[in-house]
Ligand binder design. Structure first.
Ligand code: NAD
Length: 355
């Protein structure tokens, strides 16, 4: 008989629309929130899609701001706030990945604007009340109810253009949320269900996307898995894996999804020693033991496996380990600086985690 420990569960945030062609519902969702004018946000890369959406929204679009960039730098937010005010908008529509969603959150938390978010990667930010912002070379992360988007529109069609390489790293980024939710200190049976289903969905979908990027069924399954991963991130506290990724992203400017993809087998392998039972959903989705299985899975998808390939030098590892242990997140397995230094060395070299 399974034993249910006492828990708290806050319910799933946001109204979620999921399907194919759901972008067409954006106008109705803006109106449903009682708004009349949206500023459409995107990265420079996705400006054409933002323009097309603004055209489609007709009078509901107050303009577009297509300068979203990774790690939500304050100077970009300030320009976006000026555009928001000048446009007379009363809400934002964020069309894109975590970078664009981050910008929408930064505007929302400062103005009270509602957010309609249309995610086009698997990063999961749309399901969280978390915002990481960079100012003066430092990334500061905070949680606040005003950060949480109101409506999320998942449109599988928009993910068809996500290159397989990005789909893989972004998908592994998503799996990291679910894997850490499984052993979170504040885990609960609902989040465990979501996280287990999420890992299973992405374990099935990512190999199929690598084989055929036009496989709509696999794209749909991956986006569904990514939603559940995002909900896991929003519903449970993260541990060592996310701490190390924030350290490498914030202090060493390492790319977000790739860093998650590389570290995941090492951090989960490290924690699997302490909580193998809690990580059983990883084992049942991928076989073997969690660390080695995640490494083999990532490698089979052609994911990057070595930190050294992204500009991190071996001499950075000491400082990274020191930063990571200076203000650690709770973790199921206790660690010291030398354990983290060893873990980073293995990820830097791209070694397959041992049992
Ligand atoms: P991203 O948003 O920077 O996107 C990467 C690139 O891919 C961009 O140029 C983007 O325009 C392009 N792209 C996105 N979707 C595409 C598509 N469907 N087709 C073609 N190109 C596409 O990358 P990301 O990994 O989604 O987000 C990373 C950022 O999100 C980081 O700043 C990270 O800190 C943040 N994040 C925050 C949270 C949170 O809860 N606060 C969670 C996850 C990530």
């Amino acid at each position: 008989m399974m034993k249910i420990e006492p828990f708290a569960f806050a319910g799933l945030p946001a109204r979620v629309i999921f399907g194919s062609g759901t972008l067409a519902q954006t106008g109705a969702e803006i109106a449903r929130l009682g708004h009349k004018r949206a500023l459409v946000l995107s990265t420079p890369n996705q400006k054409a899609e933002a323009e097309a959406l603004a055209l489609r929204l007709e009078g509901l679009a107050g303009g577009i701001f297509a300068e979203a960039t990774m790690h939500t730098p304050l100077e970009v937010t300030e320009r976006a706030l000026a555009a928001f005010k000048a446009s007379g908008a009363d809400c934002v529509v964020a069309l894109g990945g975590g970078s664009t969603i981050g910008l929408g959150k930064a505007i929302a938390t400062r103005t009270g604007a509602d957010q309609v978010v249309i995610p086009t990667t698997y990063a999961g930010s749309e399901m969280t009340d978390i915002l990481g912002e960079t100012a003066h070379g430092e990334k500061v992360t905070r949680r606040d109810p005003s950060i949480l988007p109101e409506t999320v529109i998942y449109d599988v069609d928009l993910t068809l253009t996500l290159p397989a390489k990005l789909a893989v790293t972004s998908g592994l980024n998503a799996i990291a949320h679910a894997a850490e939710a499984l052993y979170a200190r504040d885990r609960n049976p609902i989040i465990t269900l979501l996280a287990s289903e999420a890992i299973r969905a992405l374990a099935n979908a990512l190999p199929a996307i690598v084989r055929d990027g036009g496989d709509r069924t696999a794209r749909g399954t991956a986006l569904y898995g990514a939603w559940l991963c995002g909900a896991s991130l929003g519903g449970a506290s993260m541990a060592l894996h996310h701490k190390l990724c924030h350290t490498l992203g914030g202090s060493f400017d390492m790319p977000h999804a790739e860093t998650h993809a590389i570290l995941l087998p090492h951090t989960i392998g490290f924690n699997a020693v302490e909580v193998p039972d809690l990580l059983q959903p990883v084992t049942s989705a991928l076989g073997g033991t969690p660390g080695a299985a995640l490494f083999d899975f990532a490698a089979s998808l052609g994911a990057p496996t070595r930190l050294q390939d992204f500009g991190l030098s071996e001499s950075d590892l000491d400082r990274a380990a020191a930063i990571a242990v200076a203000n650690p997140y709770w973790n199921p397995r206790p660690f010291d600086q030398s354990a983290i230094r060893n873990l980073l060395q293995a990820a830097w070299e791209g070694r397959r985690p041992a049992l």
